[in-house]
Write a protein that binds this ligand. Structure first.
Ligand SMILES: Cc1cc2nc3c(=O)[nH]c(=O)nc-3n(C[C@H](O)[C@H](O)[C@H](O)COP(=O)(O)O)c2cc1C
Length: 256
């Protein structure tokens, strides 16, 4: 079983039938330990699903993005608990190697929002941003930002930048999966959270140089997190479809 699970073929039968392990080929994925019926590599007791599926569905159902935060910081203990899930996130090369950059409190303005505002002011005065904002119907939001408001980061006390090593062939998915786990964990912990695509775009313009910790990594996702200032209500599920390969619907999914 261990040998069949092993993606790099480290485990084989030696002449007398006992297993042989070629550690030179091992990529450290742990699939052998996860499935070995004899527990030869075991890192803990094998178990069933760790979470009640109905409870997990409820967590997903109740999740909403939220952009209204109290002024309370996300403290070190909360940050550690929130990010624990990153260590269990799958990556294409198995080695994980992800980096999460936590920008907190006043640093959000100093490192991210302030420099973006400065750049946008220059573009606004010279013209192109005014036209682009009008076209995208974002003139009011852009003007608010230029006046010192924060429609981008929403004064979130914690901004998490999910970085994946440039060398990871599956870097984009690696980071997005980890961010998705953190989003769900935030929901489970009662924290407010929203994805920030604008901040992702802005990072390419102004963030990279200010965060030396980003060197050698690519940004895959940005989450803004804090304590909720209001409670959210679940909304009805969104529409999606399930088909076979020809496009024929297999079942109607109106999410209910
Ligand atoms: C990749 C991605 C980028 C997003 N970017 C932003 C953003 O820049 N600003 C924002 O307020 N919300 C952003 N969102 C949040 C979506 O607007 C929000 O998730 C969507 O309206 C669905 O609402 P829900 O998360 O409450 O279900 C983003 C969501 C995703 C998945």
């Amino acid at each position: 079983m261990c040998g069949r699970m092993c993606p790099s073929g480290c485990i084989s039968s030696s002449g007398d039938g006992s297993p042989a392990f070629d550690s030179g080929r091992c990529i450290g994925c742990g699939h052998c330990a996860a499935a070995c019926p004899a527990g030869a590599f075991s890192t803990g007791a094998a178990g069933g699903p760790a979470c009640d599926p109905a409870a997990f569905l409820e967590l997903c159902r109740a999740r909403r993005s939220l952009r209204l935060f109290t002024d309370d910081p996300v403290d070190d203990d909360e940050l550690a608990r929130l990010l624990q899930v990153v260590g269990f996130s799958p990556t294409g090369v198995n080695a994980c190697g992800l980096r999460v950059i936590a920008v907190r409190g006043g640093e959000v303005e100093d490192l991210l929002a302030g420099p973006l505002r400065k750049l946008m002011k220059a573009l606004w005065v010279s013209g192109p941003l005014k036209a682009a904002a009008a076209l995208a119907r974002m003139r009011a939001g852009t003007e608010d930002f230029l006046r010192g408001g924060d429609p981008v980061y929403r004064r979130a006390p914690l901004v998490l930048l999910f970085m994946a090593p440039r060398r990871n062939p599956t870097w984009r998915a690696d980071g997005i999966i980890a961010a998705s786990l953190v989003m769900l964990n935030a929901q489970a912990m009662g924290l407010a959270c929203f994805w920030n695509g604008i901040a992702e775009f802005a990072f390419r313009l102004v963030g990279r140089r200010r965060l030396p910790g980003a060197r050698g990594f690519r940004l895959t996702a940005v989450l803004c997190i804090g304590h909720p200032a209001v409670a959210t209500r679940p909304l009805p599920p969104r529409d999606w479809s399930l088909t076979d390969g020809s496009g024929k619907p297999l079942a109607a999914h109106r999410g209910g």
